[in-house]
Design a protein around this ligand. Structure first.
Ligand SMILES: [Zn+2]
Length: 344
């Protein structure tokens, strides 16, 4: 099956100045895909702007208007970490619309799987506010869109960005149709995502938080994928898998303190792809969240595409972490999460 990617130069117009989340991230990813020859093997999916109605599937109308007004005034700071320029409202509608288009292309069978290379990222944006470099919650909007347009009953969002996707959790905390699982460094920004937060009322157990201590590496991530994420996904039986793909858990990323390698990311992607094949006819859509070391971001996204294209040998040019931290013992954490979520 063909593998698609969403990209458009409009994504470079979200001007954040000296901010760590800036246009050079996507420029690095695209130029790497070009130079490696990988781009030729992928189908370009053209994004469109999400409508106000589509943004409002997740966000309060008042908040959408607020972002629009800020853009009209030339931009500014939406919160302590989140800056926007005059073009950012438009760009953010294309980011949400890009993930929507990728989702449509996958569900309509135009392509097998897709990766939306978009910015600004989305998983910290809550229904009512911008946060953590995020304006609109791209993945959450695409999930709601898929549930509504295709009358799906169950969508699974997996978020392996090193930060907890508080916005996505908020959007679906009382919605049993969306399973949200997050692996994240804890304690860390934004401070949410403890194991006791599992969903509300009929949505009980459809939020699964996996807060990991600093310096977890490939072995710890693979353990939680195999022991928690795989069995929870099998029990939920999703009809679509969306991935909040942030690569800031890489050992060389400056924004967090995890030790995941490119090989570790490839192994996680393989597990996710296996779940999509097993549970939902391969319907799988990635959306870019974090990842701030340009080399490791570009290399990790290359590895992701290679897994989706079916490569078995994926070179990890940057190798394992040169640091020799003692591996944290996460067995008690896994045990506690299994108990909370009734896993064998
Ligand atoms: Zn992040």
């Amino acid at each position: 099956m063909k593998v698609g990617y969403v990209y458009h130069p409009v994504y470079l117009k979200h001007d954040t100045g000296q901010h760590v989340e800036n246009a050079s991230r996507l420029e690095a990813v695209l130029s790497h895909l070009e130079q490696s020859g990988l781009k030729r093997q992928l189908e370009l999916i053209r994004p469109r702007a999400a409508s106000v109605e589509e943004l409002s599937l997740v966000h309060d109308a008042q908040y959408v208007t607020h972002v629009q007004d800020m853009a009209e005034k030339g931009g500014g700071w939406l919160d302590l970490d989140t800056v926007m320029s005059a073009s950012s409202y438009e760009v953010a509608t294309y980011a949400a619309g890009g993930v929507i288009r990728a989702t449509e292309a996958v569900i309509d069978g135009e392509i097998g799987s897709a990766f939306a290379l978009v910015r600004p990222p989305g998983h910290h944006a809550t229904p009512r506010r911008a946060m953590g470099f995020c304006l609109f919650n791209n993945v959450a909007i695409a999930a709601k869109y898929a549930l509504a347009k295709y009358e799906l009953e169950r969508t699974f969002i997996i978020d392996f960005d090193v930060h907890h996707g508080n916005g996505t959790q908020d959007a679906f905390y009382d919605n049993p149709q969306v399973l949200y699982i997050s692996t994240h460094q804890s304690p860390y920004y934004p401070g949410t995502g403890s194991i006791g937060y599992t969903g509300l009322g009929v949505a009980k157990a459809t939020t699964v938080n996996i807060p990991l201590p600093a310096v977890c590496g490939d072995a710890e991530y693979l353990a939680v994928f195999q022991q928690i994420i795989v069995p929870v996904a099998r029990r939920f039986k999703p009809q679509l898998i969306l991935v909040s793909a942030g690569y800031d858990a890489h050992w060389a990323d400056g924004l967090a303190y995890m030790q995941v390698s490119g090989t570790g990311f490839s192994q996680m992607i393989k597990i996710i792809e296996g779940l999509a094949d097993e549970l939902c006819g391969g319907r799988l859509v990635f959306s870019l969240e974090g990842g701030y070391n340009l080399d490791t971001l570009a290399a990790s996204i290359e590895a992701t595409f290679k897994v989706l294209l079916g490569s078995t040998e994926i070179e990890d040019r940057l190798g394992q972490s040169p640091h020799s931290f003692e591996a944290p013992n996460i067995a008690p954490l896994i045990k506690a999460i299994k108990e909370i979520h009734n896993l064998p």
